[in-house]
Design a protein around this ligand. Structure first.
Ligand SMILES: NC(=O)c1ccc[n+]([C@@H]2O[C@H](COP(=O)([O-])OP(=O)(O)OC[C@H]3O[C@@H](n4cnc5c(N)ncnc54)[C@H](O)[C@@H]3O)[C@@H](O)[C@H]2O)c1
Length: 337
């Protein structure tokens, strides 16, 4: 079996590539290596895969790769992924997440791919009120609130249209927030770790009341492997954790692990359109495929902190770029609000 992974040098895609490359599958990766991509994440398996530094929005390159690789399965992670960046510069999100996905669908259909797994997000459902027990199911309507989630919802709709119109064998996977080793430190958990181990304060949007569920990235990869093996074509699967955490609670757990006081939290003005609460109902994947979260938030967070401490050089190299970007964000968000 030949598997092609897009975005395989990103945080989540690389976890799957490291796992797949150690199996009997023949793995190839397409990744543009944007600011968020880094081939170091797949260094340990680089000799066992075929790597293409290409843009999924470039149809000709895709065609050439598919002609050479003739993949049986495509797992599509590649995307622009940072909500804050989508507020400043939505265009690139449309280009990669929508046009890139359309290109992949077209070329996959042409080369008769047997299974296409589209990695999406729970953010396509929009937000839930803070004071409810409601959760999003796979049938909940899509009400995206940020340019990022709107672009992901658009790509989900394209995948759906290919399933309905052409009988294309695709599956949509909607993930909750992931965390773990190798995540680019502009996202909440690694950003906070990078600040705290540098002796700096952690910026906390608003009052930190926003609620998310957090899934350790290896649990997510396990779900994708099960979907690849026994997921039903045309279906949507939510994949997430049942542990809901306020952002402030997440930071307090990090302070606790790193032995720091709450003086290390700095409350900053909220980002525009910040969704209050996300929570996904994962009954379907539990019942139909038997997938279950294995790593608790407490255990996963400890492992994650240990990994970043052991890999400080990588973290600090990225942090330099992010510090400049965060300063720009502050200015731009102030103009919007
Ligand atoms: N991280 C999360 O918490 C989370 C949660 C839910 C869903 N997702 C989804 O999972 C997927 C992976 O997320 P991630 O956190 O690993 O993202 P990431 O930003 O770490 O990685 C994205 C990868 O895609 C590559 N890429 C970007 N544009 C490209 C293009 N035009 N052509 C080819 N490659 C391109 C980047 O170089 C990078 O390696 C995304 O589709 C995202 O929407 C992420």
């Amino acid at each position: 079996m030949k598997i092609l992974v897009t975005g395989g040098a990103g945080f989540m895609g690389s976890d799957l590539v490291r796992k797949l490359a150690k199996t009997e599958f023949k793995v190839s990766v397409i990744d543009k290596l944007t600011y968020a991509g880094d081939a170091k994440r797949i260094d340990e398996v680089f000799d066992f895969i075929n790597f293409y530094r290409e843009d999924i929005a470039d149809m000709e390159s895709l065609f050439n790769i598919f002609e050479k690789e003739k993949p049986d399965i495509v797992i599509h992670y590649a995307a622009e992924t940072h909500v804050d960046r989508s507020i400043l510069n939505p265009d690139i999100f449309l280009r990669t997440n929508v046009m890139g996905t359309l290109n992949l669908l077209q070329v996959s259909m042409k080369f008769k791919v047997k299974k296409f797994i589209h990695i999406s997000t729970d953010e396509v459902y929009g937000e839930l009120p803070l004071d409810s027990n409601e959760k999003f199911t796979e049938d909940s309507p899509l009400k995206p609130n940020s340019p990022y989630s709107a672009s992901k919802a658009s790509s989900d709709m394209l995948v759906r249209a290919f399933i309905e119109t052409y009988g294309f064998p695709a599956i949509i996977v909607r993930a909750s927030n992931n965390y773990g080793p190798w995540q680019y430190p502009e996202k909440l958990i690694p950003l906070a770790i990078s600040k705290l181990i540098s002796g700096e304060k952690v910026p906390m949007y608003g009052t930190g009341e926003n609620v998310r569920t957090w899934l350790f990235v290896e649990d997510f990869s396990e779900a994708v492997l099960q979907i690849m093996e026994k997921g039903r074509e045309g279906e949507i699967y939510n994949v997430g954790s049942s542990e809901e955490k306020k952002n402030l609670e997440v930071i307090k757990e990090l302070l606790n692990i790193l032995g720091k006081s709450e003086d290390y939290i700095e409350f900053v003005p909220d980002r525009p359109g910040h969704d209050l609460r996300y929570a996904v109902d994962t009954t379907k994947i539990l019942k139909d495929l038997g997938w279950k979260q294995k790593v608790s938030f407490e255990e996963g967070l400890r492992k994650t902190v240990e990994w970043y401490i052991e890999n400080k050089d990588w973290l600090f190299e990225k942090k330099q770029h992010i510090d400049k970007f965060v300063a720009k964000l502050k200015e731009e968000f102030a103009k919007i609000s």
